[in-house]
Design a binder for this molecule. Structure first.
Ligand code: SAH
Ligand code: MG
Length: 194
């Protein structure tokens, strides 16, 4: 049976897995295609949906990704096999902060714990080539990063504060040129300067 991306979207919806929104993933895939991105590092694989979508853009693309949740990792392995992408997706089942890589990448995609974005950025951008880019997802956090209303949940309030700190951090980081897009759940694209 031919595997389909729609199947993964249905699984994600039914199991409350926060995969990228459709227009967000399409935006990133267009960038990958137009800029001939080849070597990608993703932080937060979940069930492998975005990693698989990125690989399907071009047969020369390789994705390295990491997922700390065991069940999601197993599901990702299953999906990667279904799409016969075992040779082009390297997935680790561990905490990203325990991951030591020695490759260099054209694109870093940050889509894991929203409270840790600055730490992910600092840990992994040294692996980015000059001219390479960092995509960061969920900067709108369902619209909450721009709200002036009081957020009831203390947990959500904390995450929103962290994301706003990250947005400010990107704006002030002179080593990167960052653009913010109101696409999907809010995406930033930060290009590494020479
Ligand atoms: N990129 C995926 C969705 C990722 S959802 C897609 O669009 O298809 C975010 C995932 O990051 C969750 O599954 C969560 O378990 C994982 N995660 C969060 N913090 C992490 C960390 N420190 N290390 C590894 N994985 C992490
Ligand atoms: Mg996301």
């Amino acid at each position: 049976m031919v595997p389909s991306i729609e199947e993964l979207e249905v699984y994600a919806k039914e199991n409350h897995i926060p995969i990228m929104l459709k227009d967000g993933i399409n935006f990133m895939l267009t960038y990958i295609k137009e800029n001939q991105v080849k070597n990608i590092l993703e932080i937060g694989a979940a069930i492998g949906y975005s990693a698989i979508c990125m690989c399907l853009v071009d047969e020369n693309i390789h994705v390295t990704t990491v997922e700390r949740d065991e069940i999601r990792y197993q599901e990702a392995i299953k999906n990667i096999k279904k799409f016969h992408l075992e040779d082009r997706i390297t997935i680790y089942n561990q905490d990203a902060f325990a991951l030591d890589l020695f490759d260099t990448f054209d694109l870093l995609f940050i889509d894991a714990a929203k409270s840790q974005y600055i730490k992910f950025f600092e840990k992994f951008t040294p692996l980015l080539k000059v001219g390479g880019v960092v995509f960061s997802d969920n900067l709108n956090f369902h619209g909450l990063t721009h709200t002036t209303e009081t957020i009831e949940s203390r947990n959500v309030r904390g995450l929103v504060r962290k994301l706003n700190e990250y947005i400010l951090y990107l704006k002030q980081n002179v080593m990167f040129d960052t653009q913010f897009y109101d696409i999907g759940d809010g995406i930033s694209v930060s290009k590494k300067r020479g």
